[in-house]
Ligand binder design. Structure first.
Ligand SMILES: [Zn+2]
Length: 146
C-alpha cells in the first residue's frame, strides 16, 4: 500500500491509500476520486516529506528499488505538482503574504496564489489562520539533467 496526500480545489487535504502510484494515477485520470469532506471531484496529489519517506519503505517499492529510483520518482512527482500549481495559481512573487492577508480580510477577491514568503511572514499568516503550503523547488526538466 502507498499513502498519498490529496487535495481538492477547496484546499481540503486528505489521505488516500493505493496499491501503487500507477493505481493512484489511474483513479485520478478516471475521476474516481473525490474529496471526503466536500465531494469535489477535482482532487490532486500533493507532496509531503513524511509521506514520501513512508512511500520509500512501502511494499510498492520493496523490490529492486534503488535510492536513485525513489529520488527520480520524487522529482517527477514534484514536477507534476509544480505544473499544476503554475497552471492554476497566480504568481504574486514576494507579495504572497500581503495578498494572502488581504484576501483573508476580504479586501481583494479570493483566488489561488503562489509566491514566496519569509519565515516571519508565514508565521504571521498562520497566526491569522491562513494555511500555506511550503513547496520544494521545481526540479529541472528531464532534458536538463546531465
Ligand atoms: Zn474538499
Amino acid at each position: 500500500m502507498v499513502i498519498f496526500d490529496l487535495q481538492c480545489t477547496y484546499n481540503h487535504i486528505f489521505e488516500g491509500w493505493f496499491s501503487s502510484s500507477d493505481d493512484l494515477k489511474n483513479q485520478l485520470e478516471k475521476g474516481m476520486l473525490s474529496c471526503p469532506i466536500c465531494d469535489d471531484k477535482k482532487v490532486y496529489k500533493i507532496p509531503t516529506a513524511s509521506r514520501i519517506s513512508r512511500r520509500s519503505t512501502s511494499g510498492d517499492l520493496k523490490e529492486g528499488t534503488s535510492k536513485a529510483l525513489i529520488y527520480k520518482k520524487h522529482q517527477e512527482f514534484l514536477r507534476e505538482v509544480h505544473d499544476h500549481i503554475e497552471k492554476n495559481y497566480e504568481d504574486v512573487g514576494a507579495n504572497f503574504a500581503d495578498r494572502a492577508l488581504k484576501m483573508h480580510q476580504g479586501e481583494i477577491a479570493h483566488k489561488g496564489i503562489r509566491g514566496s514568503a519569509t519565515k516571519d511572514e508565514v508565521h504571521e499568516l498562520n497566526k491569522a489562520g491562513i494555511e500555506t503550503l511550503p513547496m520544494p523547488k521545481k526540479p529541472p526538466e528531464k532534458n536538463e539533467i546531465n
